[in-house]
Design a protein around this ligand. Structure first.
Ligand code: UT7
Length: 329
């Protein structure tokens, strides 16, 4: 089978106007700006209002990406929304985005791979495009994490924020292919270290457990930290090897934005100089599946990524899932 190439046509992102600083949080839980900045690198995060649902934010990011690509929404064949905070249990959030942007006819589904959701979605879209099934796709990472955090738990509520990022990708001649190499993986043995125990069919939400803290996001931060570094380093190394590149060849490394100390450990082990690593978690916190596409959109718009640059996306999240993609923008 002859493979098509993949081309990045446009990016967009959206963040709610409301900002919550570390000092704002210190009025809610026993924490300080100094602790949050020194342990995580986070200074503030965006918080969505009641009308700013995941599909709303995803649609706003999608409109901006479509405009950057110069595409009509009606030309899309595929919409994937990576999220762990869907508007509702079903139908899938991509269908809700489709209705908002007027992309009737495109295939739609949501993809749940937690914070690795964007990288997984890019791989799925790339496979569908390269095999000739789809011509034009939009991949969106969108999260309203503030709707699932426990605002009484200082271990987690200081870490997360809301937002969305979107990327338009399309088929192109293989000679112009932007897709250089990737690696995806998962280890389900660790599913209990980062999860929301209540609310699925195993333990449905009821009137009796409505105040149980296990209905919110629960995380063993220390264990997650260590496995996150290990997994993202090995995924990056495998993707770089497939692309025939070294970490020093990268123009930009865009890692999942969970913790500055994790990002610095990855950069050091992959041998990418610090000035070629994109960091914006100080302004967003951890936006899970949205973190990489928001950072990518910022980097495109502020000139940190130029056409022809080699970029590595690497993510890690609940599952545990992990993955890395090397692209030429
Ligand atoms: O996106 C998916 C992947 N998620 C991640 O990658 C997150 C990975 N984990 C982390 O980023 C870090 O483990 C955290 C930022 C969550 C925690 O940092 P840490 O350096 O591992 O701190 P810790 O959990 O070991 O806590 C150290 C101390 C504890 O106090 P004691 O027991 O030593 O007295 C905590 O109770 O810091 C305390 N603490 C806080 N203090 C002030 C925990 N949270 C806070 C807080 N403010 N918000």
């Amino acid at each position: 089978m002859t493979l098509q190439g993949l081309r990045f046509a446009g990016t967009g992102s959206f963040a709610p106007a409301k900002i919550m600083t570390n000092d704002d949080l210190s009025k809610i839980v026993d924490t300080t700006d100094e602790w949050i900045v020194s342990r995580t690198g986070i200074r503030e995060r965006h918080v969505a209002g009641p009308e700013e649902t995941t599909s709303f934010m995803a649609a706003e990011a999608a409109r901006r990406a479509l405009e950057a690509a110069g595409w009509e929404a009606s030309s899309l064949n595929l919409i994937i929304v990576a999220t762990l905070t869907p508007d509702k249990p079903f139908p899938n959030t991509a269908s809700l985005v489709q209705a908002r942007i007027g992309a009737t006819g495109a295939a739609c589904f949501s993809l749940e791979a937690a914070c690795t959701g964007f990288v997984y979605s890019l791989e799925v879209a790339a496979g569908m495009i390269r095999s000739g099934l789809v011509q034009r796709a939009i991949i969106i990472g969108a999260e309203k994490l503030t709707s699932i955090v426990n605002w009484a738990d200082r271990n987690t509520c200081v870490l997360f924020g809301d937002g969305a990022g979107a990327v338009c990708v399309e088929a192109c001649p293989d000679a112009d292919n932007s897709y250089l190499g990737s690696s995806l993986g998962s280890d389900g043995n660790f599913h209990h270290l980062l999860h929301t125990p209540i609310g699925g069919c195993a333990e449905p939400l009821t009137a009796e457990n409505a105040n149980d803290p296990r209905r919110y996001l629960v995380m063993d931060g220390k264990q997650v930290f260590n496995i996150a570094v290990r997994s993202m380093v090995s995924a990056s190394e495998r993707a770089l090897a497939k692309a025939g590149l070294a970490g020093t060849d990268l123009d930009l490394l865009i890692p999942h934005q969970a913790n500055l100390r994790i990002i610095e450990a990855i950069a050091e082990r992959v041998s990418t100089p610090r000035e070629r690593v994109y960091v914006n978690l100080d302004r967003y916190g951890n936006t899970s599946a949205a973190s990489i596409p928001i950072a990518f959109d910022e980097a495109v718009r502020n000139g940190r990524v130029k056409r022809g640059d080699k970029v590595l996306f690497v993510g890690f999240g609940g599952g545990f899932t992990y993955g890395a993609s090397v692209i030429r923008y």
